[in-house]
Design a protein around this ligand. Sequence first.
Ligand SMILES: C[S@@+](CC[C@H](N)C(=O)[O-])C[C@H]1O[C@@H](n2cnc3c(N)ncnc32)[C@H](O)[C@@H]1O
Length: 270
Amino acid sequence: MPRLRLDLDPVRETLLLTLYARALDAELPQPILGDTHSAGIAGTIDYDFAKLRLKPSLVCGTALRAKKLDDAVRAFVAAHPDAVVLDLGCGLDTRVLRCDPPAGVDWYDVDFPDVVGLRPQFLPDRSRLVGADLTTPGWLDPLPRDRPAMIVAEGLLPFLPGDTFQRMTRELTAHFGTGELAINGYTRFAAWAMKYHPTIKSIGITAAQGFDDPREPETWGAGLTLAEEQLLARAAEVARFPQPLRAATRLMSHRTALARQGTRILRYRF
Ligand SMILES: C[S@@+](CC[C@H](N)C(=O)[O-])C[C@H]1O[C@@H](n2cnc3c(N)ncnc32)[C@H](O)[C@@H]1O
């Protein structure tokens, strides 16, 4: 079968980076996420994945953050079987397949219209697709308001310019009223350093933003309360990282300030 060539600008192209990282994890002898759907999708795309030069740190970090965000979604829908789930900046992520929500849950995958337009070519019809630029208001209006919402945004924060992530968060919490927001956080340093990462440079991305204090989003006027900060350098799954990444990650894990520069999962209630 001929592989599909995608025409993506640099911000959209980052979805191939995370997809490929999950695909490479799935091929490891001891995968962390084991997302074979991502491996299957990557295999059907005509793209020079080698140019991304993905190192084990990016592969393991991406797989681990996806696993922890999946866990957060699973826990929320188990407690709220009537929930609405939003995966913001979903790209070609297979989270809905991995989490396999019960029938009472409505799952919305949200990304730019041309990106969600690609999903039916690669993924089964398991979610509702919302094509929107998340920095512009109005896209939330057709979504239900009266149900608890699990909002997950993986790999999105650095790509939303200025205060648009904060503004979007205020709109989300005002719309749904109750629920949880789960993101992978980037410190200011980590967001700045991304620009110099060989993988990000190979795509040509410049936008980056982050925050250090996990309680900072509580000041965004969105009614958020920090529920949990997970520093993934301390996760049990680090035991599956290849060496020398495992040793370096364990070393980093001893100091909170250092561990925060790595991957962290932040959960907020509203
Ligand atoms: C690093 S990728 C992550 C994709 C997916 N969450 C994953 O983990 O595979 C970032 C995603 O955010 C989307 N994105 C960035 N800015 C956006 C915006 N303003 N509106 C909608 N989607 C956006 C991109 O199109 C891309 O799919």
